[in-house]
Design a protein. Sequence first.
Length: 214
Amino acid sequence: MNVLTDNFSLYGKGFLGTVELTVYASLLALVLGFLMASCRVAPVRSLRALGTVWVTVLRNTPLTLLFFAVVLGLPRFGLVLPFQLFAVLALGCYTSAFICEVLRSGINTVPTGQGEAARSLGMSFGQTLGDVVLPQAFRTVIPPIGSTLIALAKNSAIAGAFSVTELLGTYKPLSEMGYSIIWTFVWIAVGYLIITLTIAALFRFLEKHYGVAR
């Protein structure tokens, strides 16, 4: 227990770092995932191609490699940002590909007659998608989106290798100070458990109030 009590501020700093990464990267992933899902089902071929390339490349690229590409590659093009922002970009873009496919699968569950009826009333593609299709699709994709964001929270541990303050990275200074590595990781695991259970509880609440009754 002294591993935690003697180093509570260090654990707290790492915990808050992971929470910040998770929140900001989740928001980015949801926005990009929505945009790419819209492209994937758009009637314009070039937009569908953009969405397909985005999903194919990011889903089949190791996250660690994407971190290297963002952290080491973007500065070569003159984009210099704090490491935390680079981590948010890498995590958010990577997860957006999975969010996109979750949303697209939800869109495909909406009967095609819904979209056809909306278009027959003179609604544009954007209006049909935003006012008719997505509200219905959202109700079916709440659980898988929650699972995807839980995976994002755990994937944030990679950021520690790129000079970003996060929970897993606390084991290095604690190990150097001679604390038991087993108990160090036990309390790190507890921190991740708190974060993931909070996300799970949030999405259970959303599913209970907005999900499709089964």
